[in-house]
Design a protein around this ligand. Structure first.
Ligand code: ADP
Ligand code: MG
Length: 396
């Protein structure tokens, strides 16, 4: 048996109507849109200072029961600190954190219904898989028989029953990750905190493990809070993602909302690839038209920004349409003439970098036909266009 066998096979499957790809929007689950929903975790005006470093800055955030929530941001933006504050390993400099309606101030880590799976897994090298999983339960004084039952259940859950007697060094990276997961789930916490849970795994294994984690979380009904700097990971795992920047939250939304409706230039740029055209609004209303660089005009759905507002129009490379000049529409907005400067063939899609009067613009064309002939090559003159509805106006 290879290590990539999904552990999810042993997990009771979700009902068909809710079983979906990880990352797919689940319309049936959106407590954040329900004014009557009761949050499980609330950060209220929380800051954490380390001498002159502001790791977390007056941050407020609400997470609901059963949510798979991701904190995404560059290294040093305060993700791990935010998690450690919830676990009780750090005390806020100001503000309060509530869990299930209880103020956690003064509650020691071991009294919080929260468990943390560390980035390094922190397995005991001299203990077997079984003893690693049992460790916390024994320390809590759970009777031996109950420990055995619980550990057996966890081994089954992560498909490591056959490896129970092995030591960590006799396991693959993926198996070690599952031991760490089983150990942190053994105490049945209300909230599981995962710090870069897939960081130590290679790409293929990461893909498999993502599905396992999502299915496990769904079937156990435990709230997961995951920290990652990897956008693909956050997108694949989470119901909602908070984009963090310098100890604060830039935007909280489901993955597709972040991607298609970024609230700021920072989010548009951090999540996926984007072309940004700077300018000032010259026509407001249902469509915002900006006067862009080199006399070009760009348009996006209006955001209420008044004429004269400085901002940018953001367009994802896959929303760009690329035409030969003879076949190009004669639009006056959202139209760029240029020449192909770079081509990166990616198999499923090809990325073109086109030199235009507005700078280098990226367009990615999906290779939905099985052909090795490229429609465009280096130095070809081309015209790029995009639909108004496929662009976003951002004024911050
Ligand atoms: P992330 O997990 O997003 O990479 P961290 O939460 O680990 O970020 O760190 C946020 C900021 O706080 C960083 O500037 C980091 O250097 C600082 N920091 C974190 N922990 C400590 C600490 N124990 N002492 C001093 N500075 C810290
Ligand atoms: Mg970190």
């Amino acid at each position: 048996m290879t290590d990539t066998t999904p552990a999810a096979a042993t997990v009771p499957a979700a009902p068909a109507e809710v079983r979906q790809r990880p990352g797919a929007a689940r319309p049936a689950f959106a407590p954040w849109d329900d004014p009557a929903a009761v949050p499980l975790i609330s950060y209220r005006g929380v800051s954490k200072h380390y001498e002159d470093v502001v790791a977390v800055d007056k941050l407020s955030l609400t997470i609901y029961p059963r949510e798979f929530f991701a904190l995404l941001g560059p290294s040093g933006c305060g993700k791990t600190t935010l998690m450690r504050l919830l676990a009780g390993f750090e005390t806020p400099t100001e503000g309060e954190i509530f869990l299930n309606g209880e103020n956690l101030a003064g509650v020691p880590p071991h009294k919080r219904p929260v468990n943390m799976m560390f980035q390094s897994y922190a397995l005991f090298p001299h203990l077997s898989v079984r003893d690693n999983i049992a460790f916390g339960l024994r320390r809590d004084g759970l009777p031996g028989r109950e420990v055995k039952t619980r550990v057996d259940e966890m081994l089954e859950l992560v498909q490591l029953t056959a490896q129970a007697k092995r030591k960590p060094h006799q396991l693959s990276g993926g198996q070690r990750q599952r031991v760490a997961l089983a150990r942190s789930l053994a105490k049945k916490p209300r909230v599981l905190l995962l710090d870069e849970p897939l960081g130590a795994l290679d790409k293929r294994l990461r893909g498999e493990t993502q599905f396992q984690l999502v299915n496990l979380q769904y079937s156990l009904g435990i709230t997961f809070l995951v920290v990652t700097h990897d956008q693909d990971e956050a997108f694949a795992l989470a119901d909602r993602i908070a984009i963090m920047r310098d100890g604060a939250i830039e935007q909280v939304a489901p993955p597709a909302q972040l991607y298609e409706n970024p609230a700021s230039r920072y989010v548009a740029d951090f999540v996926g690839d984007v072309n940004l055209f700077d300018g000032t609004v010259k026509e407001a209303g249902a469509t915002a038209v900006i006067a862009g660089p080199a006399g070009l005009a760009f348009a996006a759905p209006g955001s209420g920004a008044a004429p004269g507002t400085a901002g940018c129009i953001a367009v994802r490379p896959e929303k760009m349409l690329m035409h030969a000049p003879s076949a190009a529409p004669a639009d006056t907005v959202n139209r760029l003439e240029g020449t192909v400067e770079d081509i990166a063939y990616g198999g499923d899609y090809t990325l073109y970098r086109v030199k235009t009067a507005a700078g280098i613009v990226e367009a990615s064309l999906f290779n939905h036909r099985r052909t090795t002939e490229a429609a465009f090559t280096w130095d070809d003159p081309v015209v790029l266009t995009f639909d108004v509805a496929d662009a976003v106006f951002l004024d911050r």
